[in-house]
Design a protein around this ligand. Structure first.
Ligand SMILES: NC(=O)C1=CN([C@@H]2O[C@H](COP(=O)(O)OP(=O)(O)OC[C@H]3O[C@@H](n4cnc5c(N)ncnc54)[C@H](OP(=O)(O)O)[C@@H]3O)[C@@H](O)[C@H]2O)C=CC1
Ligand SMILES: O=C1CO[C@H](CO)[C@@H](O)[C@@H]1O
Length: 361
């Protein structure tokens, strides 16, 4: 089946920012989230397919960025306890609600249970309550288990062991954490729950015990790491894939490391469509049926990144971008400090081929 048949996105004639788009299309709704196209998750709830990432957004920058993003139409925000900026994200949302520009129910907020909160129900609930307090909210739309790996219970984000390295908690398997997260959803503290950085085998183990199927699996995904097998597996199991670092995580990689934004193929396709490379990379994920959450704190780029609903990449464009795959060499976020954990999800990076991988990540 061709890409464009799989997840065809209709061309929007009016500019995104004019808020006039509400054509018939395969996405399920546009009422709750302004003009944001949505997809329906396995719970029946909608999620905007496009959102703002907030990792490495400095607290003073993220307040302004989130307010501007809401102003130009963003309705989905991706947060995490470990990003250490949730108070500012929450303040921005609160101010926009008070200004009457948006209502709580029209904003979709995702956050994530950090690894130091893997434990019994009280500990898992404590993680969510801390996040709700920071974000100034009474409930989340989506709460993800950030990694399938527990760290020692601590107020420190990366507790160290006596021998150096992170102190892991290997007594509490992610399947137990999931059962506690199910209770959070039942209690109404979050509308949905999901996972992040889970590989196929880990999802299979989770599904074996789950009463609630994860709404999403949020993983690194861009043209150098397309996650084809995982994406298909998730789709077959009614789990949506959210693409993180869709632009190549420039804040994280060493300066001057070329990434998908600098790729000649992406640049050439962008020129043909009179678009920026970033718009092509975002659009690429949307046409693959993925949810996508690019991060920016620049007004120009925030505006640019959401303007991706008025053009279509052809099947040839999609195939050319998919052809940029680099396999294990394409992974940017390798969690190298976590690799001794028994549930480290990227085991393929520990094999013989890993000797070619730069040690910086
Ligand atoms: N679950 C997980 O483990 C993870 C989740 N995530 C989530 O995914 C989000 C996105 O991933 P992230 O790693 O931040 O990286 P992205 O791939 O979104 O890239 C962000 C970088 O690209 C720059 N940028 C943004 N827009 C443009 C543009 N139009 N043109 C050129 N450069 C641009 C940003 O700079 P500037 O801000 O200056 O515009 C920033 O340096 C995160 O913020 C986080 O919310 C990310 C990693 C792991
Ligand atoms: O989302 C992420 C970014 O920050 C974290 C650590 O600093 C990562 O572990 C994580 O995957």
């Amino acid at each position: 089946m061709k890409f464009s048949q799989l997840y065809h996105v209709r061309t929007i004639r009016a500019s995104w920012s004019l808020f006039s788009y509400c054509e018939n299309r395969p996405f399920s709704g546009c009422c709750h989230y302004g003009n944001n196209p949505t997809i329906t998750l396995n719970s029946g709830c909608e999620i905007p397919i496009f959102g703002l990432g907030t990792w490495k957004s400095k607290p003073q920058e993220v307040l302004r960025a989130v307010k501007y993003a809401i102003h130009v139409g963003y309705r989905h925000f991706d947060c995490a306890h470990v990003y250490q900026n949730q108070k500012e994200v929450g303040l921005a949302i609160k101010q926009k609600i008070e200004e009457g520009e948006v209502c709580r129910k029209n904003i979709f907020i995702t956050s994530k249970l950090w690894n130091t909160f893997h434990g019994d129900y009280n500990r898992v609930k404590e993680g969510l309550e801390k996040t709700l307090t920071d974000l100034c909210l009474s409930y989340l739309d989506l709460y993800l288990m950030h990694w399938p790996m527990g760290f020692a219970s601590s107020d420190i984000l990366f507790p160290m062991s006596a021998g150096g390295g992170i102190a892991f908690n290997t007594n509490c398997h992610f399947t137990h954490v999931w059962k506690e997260m199910e209770k959070l959803q039942k209690e109404g503290l979050t509308r949905m729950i999901g996972v992040s950085n889970f590989n196929k085998g880990q999802i299979e183990k989770l599904l074996a015990v789950a009463e609630i199927v994860p709404a999403v699996n949020q993983v690194e995904c861009h043209p150098y790491l397309n996650q084809v097998e995982l994406s298909n597996f998730c789709r077959e199991n009614f789990i949506n894939l959210t693409a993180y670092s869709p632009l190549g995580a420039r804040d994280f990689v060493q300066k001057d490391t070329p990434g998908p934004l600098d790729d000649a193929t992406v640049i050439s396709i962008a020129k043909n469509h009179c678009r920026s490379p970033a718009q092509v990379l975002i659009r690429y994920q949307i046409q693959r049926g993925h949810i996508v959450i690019p991060k920016s704190v620049s007004n120009d780029r925030i505006f640019q990144n959401i303007n991706v609903f008025d053009f279509n990449l052809s099947d040839d464009d999609m195939a050319a971008i998919m052809g940029l795959e680099k396999g294990i060499h394409g992974r940017i976020l390798r969690g190298k400090d976590y690799r001794n954990h028994p549930e480290y999800p990227f085991k393929e990076l520990l094999g013989p081929a890993s000797k070619d991988i730069p040690p910086s990540h």
